[in-house]
Design a protein around this ligand. Structure first.
Ligand code: FER
Length: 248
């Protein structure tokens, strides 16, 4: 299934909860940088939500998975526009009651930004190991573990796997002040973060959990960026938090 975003096709997966209810809530699920909707940790969160009666809409972002666009051309602005299109699509589905959002890493940052913009429409937010430090790191010239002059951004940056990323990625990221978005979203938030995360510092999750007005932080002891050891603790935290929201 594809969602149109201004002529860009976004590959998406709509998964209904068990028992096919006539009406139910829906959670948008967004993967991370270089990721896609069928990764182990993304599918696990999708399945956990489906088990508790929540439909999910996983969408591959610009330049990722089976969506249109080249990886090297992706920016946070493009991802944000993509998520706004995904929200519009979700709102057009007759069975949907309330809308929720979750995302992993760069997808976690993206849903933090999008939830603030859609704060009247998104009932709760679950950033997983959110890469919320990307804009600040872009301003200091340290993206992807490489150092560059933030006032003279290189034409290309090299991503971990050798793939190229155009300098526009950094130009866009530098403009984003995450704290302003965090302040705007005052509904319930769950941040989940492994304390041995090798890609996004655990302290980043802690810091943003304190900045949100209404946020619970669940720490996954000993776990990595993609939860190699205790994915079941991540899905348990998501289920517990969501079940509370469903009762509210
Ligand atoms: C970075 C650190 C983390 C970065 C991106 C990430 C583009 C995102 C990780 C992910 O989404 O899994 O410096 O620069």
């Amino acid at each position: 299934m594809y969602i149109d975003c201004d002529g860009i096709k976004l590959n998406a997966y709509l998964d209904m909860p068990k028992g096919n209810p006539k009406k139910c809530p829906l959670c948008i699920v967004i993967h991370g940088f270089t990721g896609h909707s069928e990764e182990r940790h993304i599918s696990a969160v999708q399945e956990a939500l489906n088990e508790i009666g929540v439909a999910t809409l996983r969408a591959d972002m610009y330049g990722h998975g089976k969506s249109d666009g080249k990886f090297e051309d992706h920016t946070l602005f493009k991802w944000l526009t993509n998520i706004l299109a995904v929200v519009d699509y979700a709102r057009s589905l007759d069975f949907v009651t309330d809308l929720y959002m979750t995302g992993h890493s760069q997808g976690g940052l993206a849903v933090m930004l999008a939830a603030a913009m859609e704060r009247d429409r998104i009932k709760a937010l679950m950033p997983l190991s959110p890469a919320a430090m990307i804009p600040e790191v872009a301003r200091t010239g340290g993206l992807l573990g490489i150092q560059f002059d933030p006032e003279n951004i290189p034409e290309e940056l090299e991503a971990w796997d050798g793939r190229k990323l155009k300098g526009n990625y950094a130009r866009v990221a530098q403009t984003i002040h995450v704290e302003e978005f965090v302040e705007k979203y005052q509904k319930p938030v769950l941040i989940v973060h492994g304390d041995q995360d090798e890609a996004v510092p655990y302290e980043c999750g802690v810091r943003f959990s304190k900045l949100y007005k209404n946020c619970r932080l669940v720490t996954i002891p000993g776990d990595t960026h993609c939860y190699d050891h205790h994915l079941e603790l991540v899905t348990a935290a998501v289920k517990e938090f969501m079940l509370e929201q469903l009762q509210a």
